[in-house]
Write a protein that binds this ligand. Structure first.
Ligand SMILES: [Zn+2]
Ligand SMILES: [Zn+2]
Length: 284
């Protein structure tokens, strides 16, 4: 692992490379870059969580309430130049937590439980879009979730029998993207806890078919190294980056933003994302 400050430098350079190629993404990439930098700084100070590791059945990691609350407040006070939805909702969340109108613990517990009804209730009390409230709660927790998932993945002895390859073996969420690794193997990266797992190179990870039907793709020349893999059978797609061709440092959550134009293209092709459920990490 690179040192945190090095990591932050690498992420900044990767962001510059992205909007050097795709100037239209500059505003959104810059917004997320601010979030990721604060999270990497938080992760650098993060201590191992106290107590036993979370149960494998149900991903409910422990978190340091004070530290995560502070991160949430810092994130909420960022200025996302020109992105009113993020700037205003962040300010509202920070103000509501500070005034006691919103309990940070309740928000974090709701995010960890991935409870959309609970989130809607909390959001209604603040007259807020639940997706935005979930976004902020999730990002206050993200470094903790990533750390807890990495600890679990270290102890895990592989995927449980019968578990579909298109869901995260640690937390059960849908993948955000796939990568072809340096050794040519194929991995999926979780949209929630960001752990990653190896899958069959050619089979569809969602319906598990590995006929010729399962493996189609298209790409966009403005995104070197990227393509969209899709399955003719179930019409689901996954954005895939070839790490041997990616011209920059690979930071998966940032790449998820950088490849947003591919999601739009896939939608135009009538393809469906891995999950239509709640993906709190992104609000675009
Ligand atoms: Zn996961
Ligand atoms: Zn399929």
């Amino acid at each position: 692992m690179p040192r945190p400050s090095q990591n932050i430098e690498n992420i900044k350079q990767a962001a510059q490379d992205i909007y050097g190629r795709l100037p239209a993404l500059r505003q959104i990439v810059d917004s997320y870059l601010q979030v990721f930098i604060l999270q990497e700084m938080f992760a650098a100070d993060q201590k191992a969580p106290a107590g036993p590791p979370p149960e494998r059945d149900g991903f409910r990691p422990d978190y340091d309430l004070q530290a995560c609350r502070n991160l949430l407040l810092e994130l909420g006070r960022l200025d996302f130049d020109g992105n009113q939805a993020l700037t205003q909702s962040g300010a509202k969340v920070a103000a509501s937590v500070t005034s006691g109108r919103l309990s940070a613990r309740e928000l974090f517990d709701t995010v960890i439980a991935r409870d959309p009804a609970g989130l809607e209730k909390l959001a209604a009390g603040l007259d807020m879009d639940p997706a935005l409230l979930g976004f902020w709660g999730y990002h206050g927790l993200r470094p903790t979730l990533v750390q807890a998932a990495a600890d679990l993945a270290d102890q895990a002895d592989g995927r449980q029998a019968g578990q579909p390859s298109g869901t995260c073996p640690v937390c059960g969420a849908a993948p955000a993207l796939a990568a072809l690794e340096q050794d040519g193997s194929r991995r999926l990266y979780c949209s929630f806890c960001w752990s990653h797992w190896r899958i069959k190179r050619l089979a569809c990870p969602f319906c598990e078919k590995d006929s010729g039907n399962a493996h189609h793709y298209f790409y966009d020349e403005s995104l070197p190294g990227w393509r969209v893999d899709f399955c003719q059978g179930c019409r689901r797609y996954i954005k895939t980056v070839d790490l041997r061709k990616l011209p920059r440092f690979f930071y998966p959550p940032l790449e998820n933003i950088a490849s947003l134009p591919l999601d739009l293209k896939a939608e135009q092709e009538n393809l469906h994302p891995a999950s239509t459920g709640w993906m709190p990490g992104m609000f675009a």
